[in-house]
Ligand binder design. Structure first.
Ligand SMILES: *Cc1c(COP(=O)(O)O)cnc(C)c1O
Length: 366
């Protein structure tokens, strides 16, 4: 028997996260619609700020990212002291799990919730508890049923990826009210900028008025800066203090801080990304539905498209057909949704190409 270092309990149960594909062999023109990236790209001001630091890479960044926190605080009406920045919101979600979960603890997420949650939970040797969803939507009563005296965290992606569905703020409040105070409710609002619903809030007020709610946000989606790796959390003071103790002292890079500040201040570019989505999300939803496809209503920048199980007409077949034409969507087997594909809203050309290809696929399969 070989011996060697043994990871903590739970870690070898983790199925490694498999990102969406980004290339296909042989296709001339590739449209990557598998990672919910912004078709508009980054703010030109953010890109310029990033470039302007190219010859200062020998310098450490400001470890507390105070400039970025102040910009976020001004933009969203927050207390900068309660903001913690991270290398993507992924880092902050993982740090929260590391700080508040251990062996014997339980953490809840919903059935089709973001796959990072079980990874973060198992990394802390805690037990993931999965609450069933109803119509691909997280359900407060089902989550509450899963609460035990061992529950220490609830992760809720709102809106959720990969389903695109959301929970109204009144329901989030009802969920919070049912949780014990020692249980942390994590509201992952990665797609908040895109949501156009009067009954939606990302959770800022809940964070500001309770000791046990954290909201995470990202620059990866509507801000178009996924490659930069930048996210932030709005926290109760004690949670911010905890994260600041365990995060890397320089966890956000020098160019990332500068680009983030410029991006927050470029409200026009963000608005352009939202306006683009407001045009093409409903257009694709409507056109795909007209083709006879079952599409889950989405408030994000992507659509969950369901396929049947008839041979030749499955999600697997559709994925192969689209891939061969350079159209990359996200397969969702790992989410327990093998019959569906997730389609990110792309540029006009990409959206039209997907529609045309799916029309052809369905005609061939019929
Ligand atoms: C994309 C995404 C994130 C953001 O991850 P980053 O690490 O900030 O790039 C977080 N949560 C959900 C649900 C997402 O889809």
């Amino acid at each position: 028997m070989l011996t060697g270092p043994v990871p903590q309990p739970g870690i070898l149960d983790i199925a490694p996260y498999v990102p969406g594909k980004s290339s296909v062999e042989g296709a001339a023109r590739v449209h990557k619609l598998s990672s919910n990236e912004s078709p508009l790209g980054p703010s030109p001001a953010a890109a310029a700020a990033h470039r302007s630091l190219a010859d200062q890479l020998h310098l450490y960044p400001d470890g507390s990212a105070v400039g970025l926190r102040l910009a976020l605080a001004a933009r969203y009406g927050l207390n900068a002291a309660n903001i913690v920045c991270g290398a993507g919101s992924d880092e902050l979600l993982s740090l929260l799990a590391r700080a508040y979960l251990g062996p014997g603890d339980e953490a809840i997420y919903s059935q089709f919730g973001f796959l990072l949650y079980p990874i973060a939970i198992k990394t802390s040797s805690a037990k993931p508890v999965v609450a069933p969803e109803i119509e691909h939507t997280a359900n407060v009563d089902e989550i509450i049923k899963c609460v035990s005296k061992r529950t220490r965290m609830v992760f809720l992606a709102n809106p959720n990826n990969p389903t695109g569905t959301y929970m109204a703020i009144d329901e989030v409040r009802r969920l919070h009210a049912a949780l014990p105070e020692e249980c942390l409710l994590v509201l992952d609002a990665a797609y908040a900028e895109y949501v156009r619903r009067n009954d939606y809030e990302a959770g800022i007020e809940l964070v500001a008025t309770t000791p046990n709610v954290v909201m995470t946000r990202t620059f990866s989606k509507a801000y178009g800066l996924a490659g930069l790796r930048l996210g932030w959390a709005y926290c109760p003071p004690a949670v911010a203090d905890t994260l600041n103790r365990i995060r890397g002292p320089f966890n956000v890079s020098l160019p990332a801080i500068a680009a983030g500040i410029a991006a927050v201040e470029d409200t026009d570019h963000l608005q352009d990304a939202i306006t683009h989505n407001d045009t093409w999300l409903p257009w694709l939803e409507c056109e795909l539905t007209a083709l006879g496809l079952d599409v889950t209503p989405s408030v994000g920048n992507f659509l969950l498209v369901h396929f049947g199980n008839e041979p030749g007409c499955t999600a697997y077949d559709a994925d192969a057909f689209l891939s061969a034409r350079g159209l990359i969507l996200r397969r969702l087997d790992a989410y327990g949704l093998p019959d569906a594909l997730r389609l990110s809203i792309g540029a006009e050309e990409a959206n039209k190409a997907v529609l045309a290809a799916l029309k052809e696929f369905l005609q061939k399969a019929a």
